[in-house]
Ligand binder design. Structure first.
Ligand code: DHB
Ligand code: FE
Length: 300
């Protein structure tokens, strides 16, 4: 049986990818940012997860105004890094896990989440920067990745509560996959940042740290933080934090933090990173999944 063993939250700031690709991790400005990932790199070498469900947002690289899926899942075999204007990052192609991805897609849709299924797409810094932070320089990625893209770029993004509930549905889906796999769920983006307009450069350490605090333990308060609070307190791009709630929801009732890192400044963005372990990973049952699964079986 597949198991969700840990959740990881991580900002996906593009300049960290640039610094990493240029070998600038040791420079005074970047060192404190990169140092906070060392614990996690050692941890992942021991943990060796098989698959990551990597929740991120595309930044007009694979999607544009022609189509804007709220939630999309990558069911392909492999994903090429996107050209984001300065060429594609020099990182290896990202291997998918098509079998588990299709299983999760089916389970989520039968569980009433209307996922967009994607078989072919390129992945941008939202996905590749967290991989580089966590695995360092590699010739090939030592893990398979299921990209789960969320629209947080064009209004309206999904609510925090909806994201948390999607995480719970992912937990139900993974649990019903028969192969024995160590699965992690990662949430990326944030923390506070605003890239445009008169409030560009806004950082809110206090709110960000309160957000990290509320990912730990059994509080579900973050489900109910409205979009307007993210915008007011954390800037227009701070709304990316709702993606962390998919990760948190997938960890079930209660969590403990194994590692935590917060650093300002990185570019115009507050860097946040957390490693969470489920303490009580139970999630509420779905009112419809079981019945729909029965119907699906009957059709085979
Ligand atoms: C920047 C872009 C992002 O997507 C993000 O999450 C943080 C920072 C940037 O362009 O600096
Ligand atoms: Fe982003």
């Amino acid at each position: 049986m597949a198991r969700i063993t840990h959740g990881i939250g991580c900002s996906h700031i593009p300049v960290l990818g640039f610094a990493f690709d240029q070998g600038k991790e040791g420079e005074d400005y970047f060192k404190p940012a990169f140092d906070g990932f060392e614990w996690t790199r050692d941890f992942l070498k021991q943990e060796k997860p098989d698959v990551i469900v990597l929740v991120y947002n595309d930044h007009a690289s694979a999607f544009d105004m022609k189509f804007i899926p709220t939630f999309a899942i990558g069911c392909g075999e492999t994903y090429q890094p996107a050209d984001e204007g300065f060429g594609a990052r020099p990182v290896p192609p990202v291997p998918g896990h098509a079998d588990l991805a299709w299983h999760i897609a089916q389970s989520l849709i039968l569980d009433e989440f209307d996922m967009t299924i994607i078989n072919e797409m390129e992945v941008d810094h939202g996905l590749t920067v967290p991989l580089s932070m966590m695995y360092g320089h590699v010739d090939e990625w030592p893990v398979k990745v299921i990209p789960l893209a969320v629209n947080v770029v064009t209004y309206p993004p999904p609510s925090g509560n909806r994201c948390w509930a999607l995480g719970e549905a992912i937990a139900r889906a993974v649990e019903s996959f028969p192969e024995d796999l160590n699965v992690q769920v990662w949430g990326t983006g944030g923390l506070s940042h605003q890239l445009q307009g008169p409030r560009a450069g806004l950082i809110n350490r206090e709110w960000d740290n309160g957000f990290l605090n509320r990912l730990i333990g059994d509080t579900q308060e973050l489900r109910h933080v409205p979009h307007i609070e993210y915008l007011r307190e954390t800037g227009s791009e701070g709304i990316e934090m709702v993606m962390w709630l998919i990760m948190r929801g997938a960890l079930g009732k209660s969590t403990r933090a194994l590692h935590r890192h917060y650093h300002v400044p990185v570019s115009n963005t507050a860097l946040g990173h957390i490693v969470l372990e489920p303490v009580d990973g139970s999630v509420p049952p779905s009112p419809t999944l079981e019945g729909n699964n029965e119907a699906a079986q009957a059709l085979i």
